[in-house]
Ligand binder design. Structure first.
Ligand SMILES: Nc1ncnc2c1ncn2[C@@H]1O[C@H](COP(=O)(O)OP(=O)(O)O)[C@@H](O)[C@H]1O
Ligand SMILES: [Mg+2]
Length: 209
């Protein structure tokens, strides 16, 4: 079996391989040297388990996520469909503004679909949004996702989006944030209001701490 190192995330290594002739990826969470072994193992197991469930749950809510083929909790590994494409993080600066707006609008809609089902992503950065070769948008990295989400948790998710755009895409942040929130409101209508106001409250709170 050919195993190609495809990407390094903050907490995982992504290998590309094949299963029955189809490209898949293995997301493997290696040991973190700075954590106690027991804590590290517990965290990795919880996140692997959570990610596998949430990838599927989010898809049921209408969000495009790679299909999970199998999970090996003992080895902290998830096998899922390979998405042939690039991170929104890498693409953003290469796109015309109109296309960037469309993608962010769709990103906002995807987040809204999760929130409508009371799921939060937990790490909604632009490196966890993939655009495939057919221009389709996919969400990945659900290890910190949670269900039974409250307004506060949804507000935090939106706050994290705003912060990620400010720090990673400072020269395009306005266009990107506006389009993302437009997509969010487009899908949720007046139901978007509580989480949107909470996003502002959370930012103000952060300023005084
Ligand atoms: N199913 C996939 N197909 C293609 N690339 C992927 C897939 N899953 C993850 N990646 C790539 O690997 C990177 C890291 O994966 P991610 O799940 O975000 O791990 P981490 O939790 O370590 O950030 C992603 O940003 C993306 O570029
Ligand atoms: Mg990631």
């Amino acid at each position: 079996m050919r195993l190609e190192k495809w990407a390094m995330g903050a907490e995982s290594t992504i290998f590309k391989t094949e299963q029955w002739g189809y490209p898949i990826v293995l997301k493997w969470r290696p040991q973190k040297p700075y954590l106690l072994k027991d804590i590290d193992e517990l965290l990795k197991k919880t996140r692997t388990n959570r990610e596998c469930k949430m990838l599927t749950h989010a898809r049921a809510l209408g969000v495009s996520t790679p299909t999970v083929h199998w999970t090996d909790l003992e080895n902290y590994t998830i096998a899922m469909d390979f998405i042939e494409g690039r991170q929104l993080k890498q693409l953003a600066s290469t796109l015309p503004e109109s296309r960037l707006r469309e993608i962010c609008f769709e990103f906002g809609q995807s987040v809204a679909r999760m929130h409508r089902g009371n799921v939060v992503h937990g790490d909604p950065t632009t490196s966890n949004v993939l655009i495939d070769t057919k221009s389709r948008l996919w969400m990945v990295d659900f290890g910190l996702a949670e269900w039974n989400a409250t307004t506060e948790m949804k507000g935090v998710d939106l706050h994290l989006i705003r912060r990620a755009l400010e720090t990673t895409h400072w020269d395009q942040q306005e266009v990107m944030l506006t389009a993302t929130l437009e997509g969010y409101v487009n899908l949720l209508g007046s139901e978007a209001e509580p989480a949107l106001s909470r996003m502002d409250v959370i930012r103000e709170r952060g300023r005084y701490h």
